[in-house]
Design a protein around this ligand. Structure first.
Ligand code: ATP
Length: 375
């Protein structure tokens, strides 16, 4: 199938306001009274932890802060360093005040944080997800109007288990030249993420969930994940459920992504398939994400720190902006989220001010200024 122009203007948002009962506890209950804004609808003051991150992280994070302010949101950001910047500044890549801030505010917006390859400190992303029990990673992958992509009419939700699998970090050298990495799959986490997926599908009127696995080879671990999925599916007869072996699912995704609706994956497959899915709709510059748990939520783009373009002022802030819009919905700031989305879509459809990854030549700041002007 060849490339196709895409102009599906449907909302990219998913409703994060009514999570399953246990997730609902994470909701902030309008922590302060509405502040006077001169607008018809009072806007609440929110205190949010901001981790700008590494690489392109600070560039896109500050842009997003500006756009949210221009849209009239009143957010008090608590900025914190994490990763190698924090390691340099205070000798610890995840200083305790960072986690304390997220625990206090319950919500964070996070830029990408570089993870050293093959050595160095453990991934800060993984530490935060595991430490705060942010067990569900939700990644809506949808065409944006005006963005040329490989496919049109793609509207996928990738749900990735976020706490275990090969990300357990349990590796050891058995004897020199032989290492083992432990893949940990538990009934508890597999059932919990399957229930999250079905509750999400029910609430959002999604028609089908596809569990993706390799249970033909990893009969015990992926077999358990699949068993849990099938057991939970029995409680949701109105939602179609199926499973696909991961290699086949990848091939099908790049042949005909429209056949999928919600994809449910273990941690590692979820990471890989998220990037693949982002490629279907225009790349990593446009796909947002949310890490959700019962108590806390961290919103972050799918992309990494993109060291190849860091400091060149050409990073696309859309993925981080859309992640922030998921956060605004989570905070019940629907109106502001809708207004920003409309402004973003105007700029994308207009097509004159786009970052290079979308085929344009604008800088990050020019793109952001166009969005602010369109608000
Ligand atoms: P990680 O391992 O941290 O997930 P990665 O190896 O997947 O990172 P990314 O940092 O996500 O790599 O970048 C992959 C490619 O996508 C790079 O070429 C990068 O420049 C590009 N890219 C990622 N994010 C953006 C963005 N916001 N705007 C433009 N290009 C981007």
């Amino acid at each position: 199938m060849g490339p196709s122009a895409v102009a599906d203007g449907g909302p990219i948002f998913i409703d994060l306001r009514s999570q399953p009962a246990d997730i609902g506890r994470a909701r902030r209950q309008d922590p302060s009274p509405g502040v006077p804004t001169g607008r018809a609808t009072p806007i609440s003051l929110h205190r949010i932890t901001l981790l700008p991150g590494d690489g392109i992280g600070p560039e896109v994070a500050e842009i997003v802060v500006k756009i949210l302010a221009a849209a009239g949101t009143t957010i008090e950001w608590e900025r914190h360093l994490a990763g190698s910047a924090a390691l340099g500044a205070c000798g610890e890549p995840l200083p305790p005040p960072v986690v304390e801030s997220i625990r206090r505010n319950r919500v964070a917006l996070k830029g990408p944080i570089t993870t050293p390859v093959g050595e160095g400190f453990q991934s800060i992303n993984v530490r935060l997800r595991q430490g705060l029990d942010l067990y569900a990673n939700l990644r809506p992958v949808k065409n944006l109007p005006g963005i040329q992509a490989r496919f049109g009419n793609v509207d996928l939700i990738v749900i990735r288990e976020n706490t275990e699998d090969l990300y357990s970090g349990l590796e050891h050298e058995v004897v020199p030249g032989v290492v083992e990495s432990l893949k940990v799959i538990t009934e508890r986490a597999s059932t919990r993420i399957a229930r999250f997926a079905f509750e999400f599908a029910r609430r959002e009127n999604r028609r089908k969930i596809t569990a993706v696995h390799k249970a033909n080879i990893m009969k015990l671990s992926d077999g358990l994940f699949l068993d849990c999925f099938r057991r939970v599916a029995l409680d949701y007869p109105e939602i179609e459920s199926e499973d696909k072996i991961v290699d086949n699912a990848c091939m099908q995704l790049v042949m005909k992504p429209q056949q999928y609706d919600v994809l449910l994956l273990e941690n590692l497959y979820g990471d890989i398939v998220s990037d693949l899915a982002a490629g279907l709709v225009g790349g990593l510059g446009v796909v947002p994400g949310a890490n959700l748990g019962d108590e806390y939520a961290i919103f972050e783009a799918v992309h990494g720190s993109a060291p190849d373009i860091a400091g060149r002022k050409i990073a696309n802030p859309t993925a981080m902006l859309l992640s922030a819009l998921l956060m605004l919905k989570y905070l019940n700031e629907q109106q502001a989220a809708d207004a920003i989305l409309r402004a973003l879509e105007k700029v994308l459809i207009d097509g004159r001010v786009l970052t290079p990854d979308l085929g344009g030549s604008a800088t990050t700041i020019e793109f952001a200024e166009a969005i602010i002007a369109a608000l």
